[in-house]
Design a binder for this molecule. Structure first.
Ligand SMILES: Nc1ncnc2c1ncn2[C@@H]1O[C@H](COP(=O)(O)OP(=O)(O)OP(=O)(O)O)[C@@H](O)[C@H]1O
Ligand SMILES: [Mg+2]
Length: 268
């Protein structure tokens, strides 16, 4: 880090402090302190069962954490505690995610899948939806245009009217990311986006992640087992093992960290 950069006051988008999640007797997260700096790509790695997805589930309101705090800074000076908020509320505040196992609406079109991502931001109430007044129709058109635009920008233009289930696997993974973008996130959580992709698709994914960060002006928290991708794309890497953070640092340090090699990289 340059001296100028180290003098800058830290500007984080997300902070967890002492975050713990206990399932019965199993401590899946053990006092995790993690910070995502604004505009960074921050990776979270660790062996199977380390607690990575559980962390995402706590951040996004799927599980209420047993202990600790989650603070989201949306960028307008507000510090918002996410603890105890429902998933749709968390999404509206600006946290979007993809899932380890693809979760698309397989019998809807690609465009419809992205429109669902916009749903939380639509203002039309029940009456508007029933009578489809002028305002409602104008809003729908604006969201269709917005969704179409996203699909064009991120390489799915040719498939907008295809059913999601008919897309190739790599395109389905891409669609999940575009749908998450449709929610208008400040922070995007990606859970193993490279799982099942071949080398070419993984390279395209890397470009996509980097482009999204700059074009959409957001921060990314990335869970990934593909070390090549992680080492190339991340600014900071957090390493978990058995629910605990065992290391944090830039890729060149993490790569050489003996505890990390022992816990994780050594397994490869
Ligand atoms: N709902 C749940 N109930 C009970 N145990 C759970 C639950 N969810 C996760 N666990 C357990 O918590 C631990 C962490 O699981 P988690 O899915 O977070 O790991 P992970 O780091 O994402 O692993 P992977 O790399 O395989 O995806 C595991 O032992 C898992 O079995
Ligand atoms: Mg997982």
């Amino acid at each position: 880090m340059t001296e100028a950069a180290s003098c800058r006051p830290p500007d984080s988008v997300l902070k967890t402090c002492g975050l713990s999640m206990v399932f019965g007797g199993l401590v899946a997260l053990d006092r995790v302190d993690l910070t995502v700096e604004r505009h960074s790509i921050t990776a979270l790695i660790g062996p199977n069962g380390a607690g990575k997805t559980t962390l995402f589930n706590c951040l996004t309101g799927i599980y209420p954490p047993t202990r600790g705090s989650i603070t989201f800074e949306s960028g307008d000076g507000r510090k918002i505690s996410l603890k105890g908020l429902a998933p749709d509320r968390v999404t509206l505040l600006g946290l979007a995610r993809t899932f380890q196992n693809i979760r698309l609406f397989s019998n809807l079109t690609v465009l419809e899948n992205v429109l669902i991502g916009c749903h939380g931001r639509m203002r039309a109430g029940l009456l508007g939806a029933l009578f489809r007044d002028k305002k409602t129709r104008a809003e729908e058109k604006a969201f269709i245009d917005f969704s179409y635009d996203l699909l064009v920008r991120y390489g799915l233009k040719a498939s907008v009217n295809e059913l999601a289930k008919n897309l190739a696997y790599g395109a389905q993974r891409r669609l999940e990311i575009v749908r998450a973008l449709a929610t208008g996130p400040k922070l995007l959580l990606l859970d193993e986006p490279a799982a099942g992709l071949n080398i070419n698709e993984t390279n395209e994914l890397r470009e996509l992640i980097e482009t999204i960060r700059t074009s959409e002006n957001l921060s990314i928290l990335l869970i990934e087992h593909d070390m090549n991708l992680v080492m190339n794309v991340s600014h900071v890497i957090y390493v978990m093992d058995y629910g605990k953070l065992i290391a944090v640092g830039p890729p060149n340090e993490i790569r050489r960290n003996p505890a990390v090699i022992k816990a994780y990289l050594g397994e490869e």
